[in-house]
Design a protein around this ligand. Structure first.
Ligand code: CO
Length: 216
């Protein structure tokens, strides 16, 4: 007997439906993928990358981890980025956070959850950078959501500062890094005005986008 039969049933249903809609779908996809986008998002089960932006298999390259963090020495994330930029030649990298993120909440609250505290320490670093302004926000949910936005903007900077993106820009490769946040309550994506296309504008955009977070 198969385990998790319901999931296999769902899979066969999906494959059948997809083939009915487009008989060549799997044949074409099995030969190549040609995505224009790399999505770096949170692992949260409520934020399914492809569905949110209405893209099909083959159209979105995806890396997800808890609290959508891009760490300079994380070879998992860096390998995804390198392959996406240098082999697949994606034109856009979007860091996508989401409001009410559990990882961001834990970082804000200083919650102790075990091993993951070390990962979330990167978000705590973002919190500490902005602690004075964050403390002025009285409403707890708003404080969490503000740190969610700040974390995205910080990770946009981290993506932009990797050797992968820097080298791409130096070669003149067209590549834009975006910072977005997703609302669990309404399903809407919001752009955080941190869109970066070259090294020169990076710090100016980072500072302006950070400032705007506290003006909302
Ligand atoms: Co999250």
């Amino acid at each position: 007997m198969k385990h998790l039969k319901n999931l296999f049933d769902n899979n066969r249903h999906w494959a059948c439906q997809t083939t009915q809609d487009n008989p060549e779908f799997f044949k074409v996809l099995s030969m190549q993928q040609n995505p224009d986008y790399l999505w770096i998002g949170c692992s949260d089960s409520r934020v399914p990358a492809n569905e949110i932006v209405g893209l099909l298999p083959g159209e979105l390259f995806v890396h997800r981890n808890v609290a959508n963090v891009v760490v300079h020495t994380d070879h998992n994330c860096l390998s995804v980025m390198q392959y996406a930029v240098e082999v697949l030649k994606v034109k856009h990298i979007m860091v996508v956070g989401h409001y009410a993120c559990g990882g961001v909440k834990a970082a804000l609250d200083g919650e102790k959850l075990g091993l993951i505290d070390n990962w979330l320490r990167h978000v705590v670093d973002v919190k500490e950078k902005h602690i004075d302004k964050l403390n002025l926000i009285e409403d707890y949910e708003k404080r969490v959501d503000t740190l969610c936005e700040l974390n995205v903007i910080e990770q946009v900077k981290n993506v932009s500062q990797t050797s992968i993106v820097q080298d791409a820009w130096d070669r003149g490769q067209e590549l834009t890094v975006h910072g977005w946040v997703y609302g669990l309550k309404d399903g809407h994506l919001r752009d955080l005005n941190s869109c970066t296309t070259n090294s020169k504008e990076l710090l100016g955009i980072y500072q302006q986008a950070t400032k705007e977070v506290f003006e909302r």
